[in-house]
Design a protein around this ligand. Sequence first.
Ligand code: IMP
Ligand code: MG
Length: 178
Amino acid sequence: MRNDIEKVLKTKEEIQDMVKLLGEQISKDYIGKIPVLICILKGGIVFLSDLMKNITIHVELDFMSLSSYGDSTKSSGVVRIKKDIDVDISNRDVIIVEDIVDSGLTLKYLDEYFMQHNPASVKICTLLDKPKAHKIDIKIDYTGFEVGNEFVVGYGLDYAQKYRNLPYIGILKKEIYS
Ligand code: IMP
Ligand code: MG
């Protein structure tokens, strides 16, 4: 696996430090509340797992699965729900936990979808953001790291379902996906 990586972008240690900060921030911001962390599968799972351990208030969990990229590296912009949430989010504080925001189309769709269920609030927490790739104006509440437009893998992020189990985030060699 390591041979397919052009460059390590964020080490295991850098990620752990950042996830700790995000957990502390969320713990402060939601004092007296019990937010529902909604993890966007599959990419968000590694981040969620570490993030929740760094949150010191009560939280609930739920999961949502969407179709987005298929096995390509370009966003289709078409979002389809494969698995919906089970929790009733009306009057609840929702935090969407994502691996990466690219075009922002997935989150725009999710934000509008959750809003139909009358939540108390909806905020977005993403480990990575590609600000230069946004196709729409989107407000992200908690961001771990901003990255360039390179295709990255590891720590939950995949290419064709592989590399999710890398403990760091790396740029995939172009020859792997072109
Ligand atoms: P968006 O709708 O274009 O913002 O796409 C967001 C989703 O695309 C993320 O949740 C990822 O699953 C996937 N994605 C975007 N960029 C990358 C990348 O560099 N590596 C792996 N997956 C990515
Ligand atoms: Mg995703």
